[in-house]
Design a protein around this ligand. Structure first.
Ligand code: C5P
Length: 206
């Protein structure tokens, strides 16, 4: 069983994906980390994020051991990832690896922006997790504060709106709701309630 979870930044999709993976004992891949790792590779090498050749090379040579690097979680890396992820060659270089992960016996949970539309179009379950931009900014602001990153709320909201626009407006695998996805708006739902709705969908009750 492949569970594909897509949605904009800070929508709660990562938390939901982790919980579903633990509940159904499936491996989980946060695909945003792949794009964050490509961005960090370029920044570490002092390369321009818009350098398409360097970005594609970094994506092709990506070492998955790198996915645990705590720097990947920094807010600046989300922004940098959204710049490199708009490049079609970067996306193409990461596609096979994601599909192999999804092909694990028994299935997998993947979350990102294009899982239900591009990476796993035949996934058994597709969820599109969203929430208002203000609520997502509140959550991200709180989460960054807990990690010691003190960024004003307005700056977090501006970052989220900029990323939404870039992810939705790009030509390569733009963020959009797959035709057969169930939309889960978590604006007024806590993590437990969102998990409950998601398991209902997975088990055919939703
Ligand atoms: O989900 P996360 O915030 O870690 O993603 C960082 C960026 O990586 C996103 O803003 C998006 O541009 C890109 N991304 C993507 N496709 C995915 C996952 C993430 O384009 N499947």
């Amino acid at each position: 069983m492949i569970i594909a979870i897509d949605g904009p930044a800070a929508s709660g999709k990562g938390t939901l994906a982790r919980r579903l993976a633990a509940h159904y004992r499936l491996p989980h891949l946060d695909t945003g980390l792949l794009y964050r790792a490509v961005a960090l590779t370029l920044l570490d090498a002092d390369r321009d994020l818009a350098d398409a050749t360097a970005a594609a090379d970094a994506a092709r040579g990506l070492d998955v051991a790198f996915l645990g690097d705590p720097r990947l979680r920094d807010s600046a890396m989300g922004e940098a990832a959204s710049i490199v992820s708009a490049q079609a060659a970067v996306r193409a270089a990461l596609l096979d690896w994601q599909r192999r992960f999804a092909g694990a016996p028994g299935g997998a949970v993947l979350d990102g922006r294009d899982i239900g539309t591009v990476v796993c179009p035949d996934a058994a379950v597709k969820l599109f997790v969203t929430a208002s931009a203000e609520e997502r900014a509140r959550r991200r602001h709180r989460e960054l504060g807990e990690r010691g990153e003190t960024i004003p709320y307005d700056a977090v909201l501006a970052d989220i709106l900029r990323r939404d626009a870039r992810d939705a407006d790009r030509d390569a695998a733009p963020l959009r709701v797959a035709e057969d996805a169930v939309v889960l708006d978590t604006t007024a739902l806590d993590a437990d309630a969102a998990f409950q709705v998601a398991t209902d969908v997975v088990e055919g009750r939703g």
